[in-house]
Design a protein around this ligand. Structure first.
Ligand code: GDP
Ligand code: MG
Length: 598
């Protein structure tokens, strides 16, 4: 295809504003997928995405409209997956900014818009869900006018569900978004360079890289090289997404597609790397394309396999890492849990998704420890170290100070919930910074707040106090000195290291009390009474006891409804696998994650 006839674009929006549904309509009107084969959110290709109704992975697809070739990348909307969005945006020239007519602009609308602006993309604003009776088109029009400085007649109005206005969007894309022609005057123009924006591991075909060809052309069978790793390979197959893989003779400048390399080592084809041709590599010095910022994990938790071998878990993590460049991990040994991995995540949803993928796609049965942020420790002589787990915290008195990660938090909320939102932020040690109004009914508030205070359940809490209307976004700010202590949990007199957490000193007692209360509910009764204690150093701050099993409790299991009894036994058997013995007591998996819920 001639470059002049190509348009590359992404759809960006807050979660649930209708990106994947709009993509369905595009696939339909362009005839890319026959209408009867279109499911809801066709581009959400993982089972997990379909079940949860959220997009986790970016997904490219090529379509034809009139004489043009359109390459669309569907993106996730949740804050944990912003990295997927930023990579998609580096591969396109324009973005549809989709806003739900019943919700208006929300936090991720702003974040994704600023990512798109950083890449100098052409933005086409679209109001979606105009079919709903609660749509506030006028208000949302005004918000977008103010945000983008465009006039009302530039803003498209559609219903992705009913298909109204969808063809007009495609026409607008062709009219407004520039073709991927490069206006570079330097002599490098002709060298072939392709940007890897994603990759997957296929057990039959090895590493499959998703690329945007920036200049030149890559043909099937050509010898290629990865610039950062200097690894050489052959382009065994090239093609595009429809959204299934469709073979093609070559990928040309401006096009988005895939290259099958046959590489087996996941680390050899890095996301963000530049692919060049071997024959050009030797004769010229080729500059790498601007890659991606390395993402830093925010949240850490340890993963231990209850059944399998640690090397199986390692292989599973390595394969997932190829598909999810933001995943980081290192081996860890725990006296109680054996060999496992300390894994870094972008947030709690990310953790949850990775856990579920490990279990489903790799048959891993896991114990996951309480998530934590990382902390900086300043040692005598002003030496710094970073710790990623409460168990790495040095003894009190052996270090000068401990610093915790702070984030800039922005919350968008209807003004009637503003009071409650501010109360919540204050309760979580947030420091108020400023407030702005998107319109007369919608406020945008900024806080500086410790990351540890918002990773666990802040989002759920925010949703519940605002009837689902408030939304948030955050970005890392700095590390800040704080008065923090290590809170240990003792079960039957023994410290259970995976349950230890780092907490502000002034909250230690309250937090300790809550944890032992919660633990009491999740630890099965034993033949003896089990004490649960929360302690800082030698000082016990809270205590609960799990009473012993009484004989008549077991007696109740006999007689009565047989199926119910069998079900109970099966449930117990299933739960057993996930128990881990500490000293005299078995602790179930849910205890590790439940204790931090407030
Ligand atoms: P995404 O998270 O941005 O990809 O959003 P989805 O495409 O998954 O849509 C979120 C929800 O909004 C789904 O339940 C859709 O059926 C619904 N939805 C999307 N577009 C429309 C629309 O135009 N009208 C109505 N009524 N619902 C829509
Ligand atoms: Mg989606």
């Amino acid at each position: 295809m001639k470059q002049e006839l190509i348009r590359n674009f992404a759809i960006i929006a807050h979660i649930d504003h209708g990106k994947s549904t709009l993509a369905d309509r595009f696939l339909e009107v362009t005839g890319t997928i026959p209408k009867e084969k279109i499911k809801e959110q066709t581009l959400d290709r993982m089972d997990l995405e379909r079940e949860r109704g959220i997009t986790i992975k970016l997904q490219p697809v090529r379509m034809n409209w009139k004489d043009f070739e359109l390459n669309l990348i569907d993106t996730p909307g949740h804050v944990d997956f912003t990295y997927e969005v930023s990579r998609s945006l580096a591969a396109v020239e324009g973005a549809l900014l989709l806003v739900d007519a019943t919700q208006g602009i929300q936090a991720q609308t702003l974040t994704n818009l600023s990512l798109a602006k950083e890449q100098n993309l052409t933005i086409i604003p679209v109001i979606n869900k105009i079919d709903l009776p609660s749509a506030e088109i006028e208000r949302v029009n005004q918000e977008i006018e103010k945000l983008l400085g465009v006039s009302k007649n530039e803003i498209l109005q559609v219903s992705a569900k009913e298909g109204t206005g969808v063809g007009e969007i495609l026409d607008k894309i062709i009219e407004k978004i520039p073709s991927p022609v490069r206006h570079e005057t330097d002599s490098r123009q002709e060298e072939t360079r392709a940007l890897i924006f994603d990759s997957i591991f296929d057990s039959y075909r090895g590493v499959v890289t998703f690329v945007r060809v920036v200049s030149g052309e890559i043909k099937k069978g050509e010898k290629i090289e990865f610039l950062a790793t200097r690894k050489q390979a052959e382009a065994l197959e090239v093609g595009y997404f429809s959204p299934d893989f469709v073979k093609a003779p070559s990928l040309k400048a401006g096009e988005i597609g895939y290259i099958i390399t046959g590489l087996k080592e996941v680390s050899e084809a890095k996301v963000g790397d530049t692919i060049i041709k071997q024959q050009e590599a030797s004769s010229k010095k080729i500059e790498p394309l601007p890659g991606y910022k390395e993402v830093k994990p925010f949240v850490y938790a340890s993963l231990y396999s209850t059944t399998g071998e640690p090397h199986e878990l390692r292989e599973a993590l390595e394969k997932l890492k190829l598909n999810d460049a933001s995943l980081t991990f290192e081996p860890e040994n725990s006296p109680a849990l054996g060999s496992g991995f300390r894994v870094g995540f972008l947030g709690l949803l990310h953790l949850d998704i990775i856990r579920e993928r490990l279990e489903r796609e790799f048959n891993q049965d896991l114990i996951i420890t309480t998530p934590s942020v990382s902390y900086k420790i300043i040692l005598p002589g002003l030496k710094e170290t970073t710790i990623k787990s409460a168990n790495d915290m040095p003894q009190a008195g052996t270090f000068l100070e401990i610093q915790e990660p702070m984030v800039k938090l922005e919350i968008i909320t209807p003004v009637q919930f503003l009071g409650k939102v501010m109360e919540l932020a204050q309760d979580r040690r947030g420091e108020y910074k400023s407030i702005d109004y998107l319109d007369s009914k919608t406020a945008l508030v900024f806080y500086e707040i410790p990351l540890s205070e918002i990773i666990i359940d802040f989002y759920d809490e925010l949703k519940s106090i605002s009837s689902g209307y408030a939304s948030l976004n955050y970005e890392f700010l700095n590390f800040k000195k704080a008065d923090l202590v290590k809170l240990d949990i003792l079960v039957a007199g023994d410290i259970v290291p995976p349950l230890s957490i780092i907490t502000p000193k002034e909250k230690a007692e309250k937090t300790g009390r809550k944890i032992v209360e919660r633990l009491k509910e999740s630890i099965p009764r034993q033949l003896f009474s089990v004490s649960l204690q929360a302690a800082v150093g030698a000082k016990v701050l809270a205590r609960e006891d799990v009473p012993p099993l009484r004989k008549d409790v077991t007696a109740k299991l006999y007689g009565g409804d047989v199926t119910r009894k069998r079900k109970l036994l099966e449930k117990q058997k299933k739960g057993k696998k996930r128990l881990k013995r500490f000293g005299k007591v078995d602790i179930p998996q849910e205890a590790f994650l439940s204790i931090l819920k407030r």
